[in-house]
Every structure is written in structure tokens, then in C-alpha cells.
Design a protein around this ligand. Structure first.
Ligand code: PLP
Length: 355
């Protein structure tokens, strides 16, 4: 897991390529073989001539794996969320959104024209109070699954319960959980203990995942009921008016899913996370069980200096500053992957202790 920066090779602790699939031989060869057969680009939107049988096959595989009726593959997660919220919500809709949700959910909400109620990060009581106060014909609770800058997790079971009790839809964006959480990386909606929350909350639950993170490629997918997904095929502007993913990217994602389902890489990732955490107990790392292990520094300039220090010692760890994170919570966002060696993690810890 290395990155080249200004002629130097740095160990990369900044990537969301959690399983190292972006350079896995099976994934890369699947893409290369596909380019040999089909060429590079898809040439047009899915609704014109860019559709590909492989895309439908992968949609069926993803839906079955995750326990949903149907799936729609689109461009990036940013495009998925913007298009999904625009298609689902209008100015009569009320959205209930965690304050730390990803920018794509924030922008999607804005573009939809819906009324947005933001609740304190993970605060289920405040969410419930808002749900009681604000009635509307269509209401949607919107939350990241694993939160991208903190590595903590939404209480998915609690959200499903609230959505049921208050008759709302629930949108979970598990961009960082799929491929990393749970035994074969099914993500937050499938844990704990293999209990299939997707089935339990079936009709209300809509989920977004990306192909750009643990899948190691590019693109995104939306999971939900057949009715929802067929509706999106007709209405989701970011899919309809945008060139379809290259077929090679679909072939790569298909190979990535096969590797994910084998479980070995997911286990290796989880082992590396445990290895890092067991040795970082004395450092001010946030309490996170996921691949995202933020070290909170606070001051913007100090966070930049810390990142520069690590770069000098051979590690690429980005400083994340406001407005990406709240004021006064600048941090080093360390991501652990299955492709890290224990020695690389040990060396990073030594570098962090020098700070
Ligand atoms: C990264 C991310 C996205 C955007 O996905 P891309 O495929 O990179 O556009 C959406 N939601 C969350 C929670 C993310 O972390």
C-alpha cells in the first residue's frame, strides 16, 4: 500500500481502498480482459446505448448478497446520493439528517428542495423528538452507516425501529462499511450476528454503497425494493443524463465482489484494525472499531505540521480540516487496510508517538 509523492514512495494510510483490491491481480485482469473484448468507454448513458448485460448481472448479485429485492448501479457515490434524493424528495418532503452526514447527502438534500431537519450526531432521542414534531406525507431519515471522518457507526437497528414506528423511509449510505464490516463485509445493515436487518426493515430501507472504496474501482450502487429501483431507472437524473460506467469497471467490481465474499481479505483487514488498536491505546485515537482511525489534533496548523512530519518519515496520512470536519477538530485521518504489513503499522505508530 504505497503512494508516490514528489518522487518519493510513502506508505499510504490515507486510502479508502480498504482491501487493496485496486491493485489485486484478479480485479485488474478482469478489467483488462474486458477492455480487450469491449473497449474502454460505455459510449452513452444507460438509457441510450451504454447499458451492459454485465451491469444487470452485477446488480442482481449485489442485491442477492445484501438481501434486497433490487439494485441500481450508477456513477460515483456523489452522483448516487444527489440523484437518489432528488428523485425521492421534493419540497413537500421532510428529511431528517445526521449532522455529520457526507457532503453528497447534504447536497442531494439541498437540490431536492425538501425541508431538512438536522439532528446531533447519533442522537436518537433528538431524532425521535423531531419525528414527533414534524409531520409530512413523505419523510426520510438519512444517515451515513460508518461515518467517513470519525469511523463511528450509526445505530442501524435503532434507525430501522424509528422508521417503522414513525412511518418513514430510511436511507443508509454505507460507503465505508460495505466490504469492511461484518464477516464477509456485508456492512452495517447485516450485523450483528448475521442478522439481516435489510430484510427486517425491508420495505423502508434504502441503502447506498460505492464501488470506489473497498471495491477498489469506481461507481456506486443503490439497493432497495423492486418498486423503488424501477422508479429510479426512470427518474434518477444523475444516472439518466450521465455516461454509464465503463464495462471494464463492472467486470472489475464483479471480481472484487467474488474476493470479498471469500472473506479472507475482509478478515485480514479486521485483523489489521485490531492490531493497530491494540498498540495505539496510549494515543488520542477516536473510539472506532472500523478501518477509519482518526487522531484528533484540534488546531488546523498543528494538524498540517503533524501530516508533514509523517510525510518526512515515509507515511502519507492526510490532515483533515474544517469545513470537512467541525471547527476545532482537525485531525489525522488514518485508514487501515488489508494490504498493510504489521511492520508498516508498527512504524506508523512509532512515527505518531514522536509527534
Ligand atoms: C465517499 C463517500 C461518498 C461518495 O462516493 P464516491 O464514489 O467517492 O463519489 C458518498 N457517501 C459517503 C458516506 C462517502 O464516504
Amino acid at each position: 500500500m504505497v503512494v508516490r509523492l514528489q518522487g518519493r514512495e510513502l506508505v499510504n494510510f490515507a486510502s479508502n481502498d480498504y482491501l487493496g483490491l485496486s491493485f489485486h491481480a484478479d480485479v485488474c485482469h478482469a478489467a483488462i480482459d474486458c477492455i480487450g473484448r469491449s473497449g474502454l468507454g460505455s459510449g452513452a448513458s444507460r438509457l441510450v446505448s451504454g447499458d451492459d448485460p454485465g451491469m444487470h448481472a452485477l446488480e442482481a448479485r449485489l442485491a442477492a448478497w445484501k438481501g434486497y429485492e433490487a439494485c441500481l448501479i450508477t456513477g460515483s457515490g456523489m452522483l448516487a446520493n444527489i440523484g437518489l434524493l432528488q428523485a425521492l424528495a421534493d419540497r413537500h418532503t421532510h428529511l431528517f439528517s445526521d449532522r455529520l452526514n457526507h457532503a453528497s447527502l447534504v447536497d442531494g438534500a439541498r437540490l431536492s428542495g425538501a425541508t431538512v431537519h438536522r439532528y446531533k450526531h447519533l442522537d436518537m432521542q433528538q431524532l425521535e423528538a423531531l419525528l414527533i414534531t414534524h409531520q409530512a406525507k413523505r419523510r426520510i431519515i438519512v444517515s451515513d452507516g460508518v461515518f467517513s471522518m470519525d469511523g463511528d457507526c450509526a445505530d442501524v437497528d435503532g434507525l430501522i425501529r424509528l422508521a417503522g414506528q414513525h412511518d418513514c423511509l430510511l436511507l443508509i449510505d454505507d460507503a465505508h462499511g460495505i466490504g469492511t464490516v461484518g464477516k464477509s463485509g456485508k456492512g452495517l445493515t447485516a450485523v450483528p450476528d448475521g442478522r439481516d436487518a435489510a430484510k427486517a426493515g425491508h420495505a423502508r430501507l434504502i441503502e447506498v454503497g460505492t464501488l470506489g472504496k473497498a471495491f477498489g474501482g469506481y461507481g456506486a450502487f443503490i439497493l432497495g425494493s423492486t418498486e423503488l429501483i424501477e422508479g429510479l431507472r426512470q427518474r434518477q437524473r444523475t444516472m439518466i443524463y450521465s455516461t454509464a460506467l465503463p464495462p471494464a469497471m463492472i467486470a472489475a467490481a464483479d471480481a472484487a465482489l467474488t474476493l470479498m465474499q471469500k472473506g479472507g481479505l475482509v478478515q485480514k483487514l479486521q485483523e489489521n484494525i485490531a492490531y493497530f488498536r491494540a498498540r495505539a491505546a496510549d494515543l488520542p485515537i477516536k473510539d472506532s472499531a472500523t478501518a477509519i482511525q482518526p487522531l484528533i489534533i484540534g488546531d488546523d496548523a498543528e494538524a498540517m505540521q503533524a501530516a508533514a512530519h509523517l510525510r518526512q518519515h515515509g507515511f502519507f496520512v492526510p490532515a483533515i480540516r474544517p469545513p470537512t470536519v467541525p471547527d476545532g477538530s482537525a485531525r489525522l485521518r488514518i485508514t487501515i487496510t488489508a494490504a498493510h504489513e504489521h511492520e508498516q503499522i508498527d512504524a506508523l505508530l512509532a512515527g505518531l508517538r514522536q509527534l
